[in-house]
Design a protein around this ligand. Structure first.
Ligand code: SIN
Length: 377
């Protein structure tokens, strides 16, 4: 892993526009060229006026490559370096001064807890510096929603953090990565994105890390925020937010990134499910189990009995739904009070696992206190 090179990419200055007071702003015209003339000092003054955005690359399809430009499914993810990703988007020069870093080069299916810690610590360190105005993270789509939510809860800054990705490799005809990257930097460079928590810019939409989920295995419009919709949009250099995130995030959470991760796993309920998986996890010593239930978090009787037994052995059980939208009602499809379960509300199982890990790492114990955390975040 080539981590954190920190080399600054100097891009010619062209746009020094300031945000409009409406909350929407143009961060720079993608079509505009670099300055035709001008003194060195004028160029450097203009460069200082543009926001300084760190672009942290972690791999994914956005950095993927296939032998054939028509191939959008058989390719290797995470093989194109951050400098090449940036070179493919000359219009970035009009939006920001970019500081690229190659934090990892992975297919995000292989995202590891240690890399999460490295990434979150790097984001926090960069944002603590007066030299950085925002961070963009390029990521694989497969676990993007988990990384985004983790950062949403552990970044200690109000500066913008924007994740982006692509559904088509960089070698593809109509690759979506370059425009997604330009839009992500545009959002990160915008005043309107401050204090909005961690964001995901994808296919012209801006989503909150809490709400966004990947909903398609192949479509370019792969990310949605079920029930609540996107926070806003970004197009042609203009950023507009249409609603605000209401739950606490970033500087308003009690969570910090550490290096010790409580072992929390996920089980699924389905027709004919057995208690084998839950019993194996308890025997392995897990601290928590998130169950992806059917419907409103309903659980096959065999699995539910195994989970109740797990609670009696000190394992925290969080009841969520595999459905993909909506929320799980406490004491609805299961008697949570009697069983000692926590309910995930509108968090999907994968995000519920992130929150449970952070809550346990922060010393959270007991179903009542943990339920309060789930009701809050
Ligand atoms: C990955 O998640 O790294 C591969 C898939 C993608 O980015 O779309």
């Amino acid at each position: 892993m080539a981590c954190c090179r920190g080399a600054s990419l100097t891009i010619a200055a062209m746009n020094t526009s300031t945000p409009s007071s409406s909350g929407a702003q143009g961060a720079g015209s993608a079509a505009a060229a670099s300055p035709a003339s001008g003194s060195q000092s004028a160029t450097s003054e203009a460069a200082h006026a543009r926001p300084r955005i760190a672009v942290l690359a972690t791999g994914g399809t956005i950095a993927g490559s296939a032998a054939d430009a028509a191939n959008t499914s058989g390719y290797q993810a995470g093989v194109v370096g951050v400098d090449r990703l940036l070179e493919a988007v000359p219009a970035l020069s009009g939006v920001a001064q970019i500081q690229p870093e190659q934090v990892a080069s992975i297919d995000s299916k292989d995202m590891a807890l240690a890399l999460w810690a490295t990434l979150a610590q790097r984001v926090n360190a960069l944002l603590a510096s007066d030299d950085i105005d925002g961070v963009v993270i390029t990521h694989g789509t497969d676990t993007l929603e988990e990384t985004a939510y983790l950062l949403h809860l552990t970044v200690k800054s109000t500066k913008p953090v924007v994740l982006t990705a692509a559904m088509r490799p960089s070698s593809a005809l109509s690759a979506d990565g370059p425009l997604n990257l330009l839009n992500a930097v545009t959002v990160a460079a915008s005043q309107a994105a401050h204090g909005q928590g961690v964001l995901v810019a994808f296919n012209n939409r801006i989503h909150s890390a809490r709400d966004v989920v990947k909903t398609s295995t192949y479509a370019v419009d792969a990310f949605q925020s079920p029930e609540v919709g996107a926070l806003g949009w970004v197009q042609d250099g203009r950023v507009e937010f249409q609603r605000k995130v209401v739950r606490p995030h970033t500087v308003d959470t009690e969570f910090v990134i550490g290096t010790k991760w409580p072992n929390v796993e996920i089980v699924v309920s389905y027709a004919g499910a057995s208690r084998i998986g839950v019993d194996a996890l308890v025997a392995a010593g897990v601290r928590g189990i998130v169950v992806a239930g059917t419907g409103n978090g309903s659980i096959h009787a065999s699995v539910q009995q195994a989970l109740a037994d797990a609670v009696s052995q000190g394992v925290v059980v969080v009841r969520s739904s595999r459905v993909g939208s909506g929320h799980v009602m406490r004491n609805g499809a299961a008697s949570d009070d009697a069983l000692g379960f926590v309910t995930a509300g509108s968090l999907n199982p994968y995000k519920a696992r992130v929150l449970l890990m952070l809550a346990l790492a922060a010393g959270g114990t007991g179903a009542v206190a943990l339920q309060k955390i789930f009701d809050t975040y």
